[in-house]
Design a protein around this ligand. Structure first.
Ligand code: DGL
Length: 270
């Protein structure tokens, strides 16, 4: 339980940016933040003991995310990036109303997809929790000039958590989801779950020749982090590479795996 709205520690420019996800997915956002802001200190926290969030009821996800944020607020941090669409959809309003720190949240990038579609149909792939959330319903009705085909990418988070991005199973499942978007006439596919960019090579393989473009909002989220820190005069002006802390509700082995997975992903996007 978090008592009162106190400002965490004495927040300053050298305080860390906290990045949170249910598991390894948020690393696809952390990587973009490190690319853009290499001097910032970062703390990554994965609630891996409770991953996946996607199939869980929103009320439970809200409780889990609140507990994670309370843990992060005991550290020297200046911002929390909820690098998880499922957690953002379930909890961001509650978090903003409850805790005295800046939150950057994810939502499926339906807007840029709708504004750039030529076929009039866009696809969104996200967890069951996100697909069924009020966030996706709101975005669909706001951007109703295009058709939005949403697909729950069941099974994909588990494949990424088990480092199975190159497996036959992953290729088959990703192929199945991508073929649905092609059949429906979509020319954009929005990645509405931060785990999915790990599967982007397989998605590109399945979409080859179809002209369908993949939209990953992570680089835009990193730019948002930068502009908020700039606005508040909170950018770290050190010229040293930032420190990287990896923490989770699992064990030390998982924390080490997080670091290794981030390194691999940063090589993939370079
Ligand atoms: N990475 C998370 C997201 O963006 C969800 C993964 C999960 O189901 O826990 O939605």
């Amino acid at each position: 339980m978090f008592f009162g709205k106190r400002v965490p520690q004495a927040m300053n420019k050298t305080s860390s940016i906290a990045v949170f996800d249910s598991g390894m997915g948020g690393l696809t956002v952390l990587s973009r933040i490190i690319e853009l802001l290499p001097h910032e200190n970062t703390i990554y926290y994965a609630d891996s003991a409770n991953c996946p969030y996607g199939p869980k009821p929103q009320s439970l996800v809200r409780e889990l995310v609140s507990a994670a944020v309370e843990r992060l607020l005991t550290k020297d941090i200046k911002m929390v990036v909820i690098a998880c669409n499922t957690a953002s959809a379930a909890a961001v309003e509650h978090l903003r109303a409850t805790y005295p720190i800046e939150f950057v949240a994810m939502e499926p990038a339906i807007k840029p997809a709708v504004l750039s579609t030529h076929t009039g149909t866009v696809g969104v792939i996200a967890t069951k929790g996100t697909v069924e959330s009020g966030t996706v319903a709101r975005l669909k009705s706001k951007w109703s000039q295009a058709g939005v085909v949403s697909v729950a990418g069941e099974g994909l988070v588990e494949l990424v958590e088990h480092d199975m991005e190159e497996s036959r199973q992953a290729r088959e499942l990703v192929g199945q989801y991508m073929r649905k978007f092609i059949r429906e006439g979509a020319d954009k596919v929005v990645l509405g779950c931060t785990h999915y960019p790990f599967l982007r090579p397989l998605m590109e393989e399945a979409l080859k020749g179809s002209g369908v473009e993949i939209i990953d909002p992570a680089p835009a989220i990193a730019r948002r982090v930068k502009s908020l820190l700039e606005r508040d005069g909170m950018l770290n002006d050190s010229d040293k590479e930032g420190t990287r802390i990896f923490d989770s509700s699992a064990d030390e082995k998982y924390n080490t795996a997080l670091e290794a997975k981030l390194k691999r992903y940063m090589r993939l996007i370079r």
